[in-house]
Design a protein around this ligand. Structure first.
Ligand SMILES: C[S@@+](CC[C@H](N)C(=O)[O-])C[C@H]1O[C@@H](n2cnc3c(N)ncnc32)[C@H](O)[C@@H]1O
Length: 260
């Protein structure tokens, strides 16, 4: 008999990184830069979005927007709207002003009303991906663009609301079936990035322990502090590795597609 944990019985995570905060100002920019240094997933997404979002024009919809962390990257020619599921607060700890929360599977948008749809780190949380992408196709104008990011080498998160990992093949198939063309999928990071990310995932929880025993918590923090030079070295190597072309093992994917 297999004597490990039956994962179906797990209903929560033992540790999760801090949620994004929906604020702005110098302090929050410093906080976000520090976060990018220590959170390679965030760094890899930021690297792609800062190239694409500033030149977007017209009606923008950020679906599954959470705390709207990427909103500041849009330029003045974009008219931003964030939408999210009504379950966001209960299941994901997100409740952000200026977000349109909706129930069910139909997005609260008119047909062909968006020029650009952003969907970051959300598709893996949607049980029915095909109807979800069909909504994106419905809401985009012909020729409108979708930018999607999904994790690949990431732990099971927001348990149990994390259903899928995608590959370039499945993203291409899903997007084509939903009515998109010009599909391009870019790997975020490579084997080195993944190795650094996984090693950092062992070290970071030491600095933010969540157990109930205060003595163990203090010991973990002390160990974390002692190992912090290693953490910084891994973060530096990981960030440098993001300058490469991306590999078959990677942190996640950024997909771009155009509504036909
Ligand atoms: C990991 S968070 C990502 C939030 C944000 N996009 C970001 O990059 O920080 C996942 C988001 O997906 C949203 N979500 C999950 N299922 C959804 C659905 N069916 N429709 C829209 N949003 C959904 C959650 O409410 C949550 O805000």
């Amino acid at each position: 008999m297999i004597n490990r944990t039956n994962m179906i019985l797990r209903q929560a995570e033992s540790w999760r990184p801090l949620a994004f905060r929906a604020d702005s100002g110098t302090l929050s920019r410093v906080h976000f830069a520090l976060r990018r240094f220590l959170d390679l997933q965030t760094a890899s997404i930021w690297q792609d979005l800062r190239r694409e979002l500033p030149r977007v024009e017209g009606a923008v919809v950020d679906v599954g927007c959470g705390a709207q962390p990427w909103r500041p990257l849009f330029g003045p020619a974009a008219v931003y709207k964030g939408i999210d599921t009504a379950d966001a607060r209960e299941n994901f700890d997100y409740e952000v002003p200026d977000t349109l929360y909706y129930e069910g599977s139909v997005w609260p948008l008119a047909d062909a009303s968006a020029d650009f749809i952003l969907c970051t780190e959300t598709l893996e949380h949607v049980p029915e991906t095909k109807p979800f992408l069909a909504q994106a196709a419905r809401c985009l104008t012909p020729g409108g663009r979708l930018l999607l990011t999904v994790p690949f080498a990431a732990r099971w998160h927001y348990i149990p609301h994390d259903y899928w990992r995608f590959t370039p093949s499945s993203l291409h198939a899903l997007l084509t079936e939903a009515g998109f063309g010009d599909v391009a999928v870019y790997a975020r990071g490579n084997e080195v990035t993944v190795a650094c990310y996984k090693a950092m995932a062992l070290l970071l929880p030491l600095l933010v322990p969540r157990g109930k025993n205060p003595l163990l918590g203090m010991a973990a923090r002390l160990l974390g502090l002692l190992l912090s030079p290693l953490l910084i070295l891994l973060a530096a190597i990981g960030n440098l590795s993001l300058r490469g072309k991306g590999g078959d093992d990677c942190l996640g994917y950024t997909a771009l597609a155009r509504k036909l």
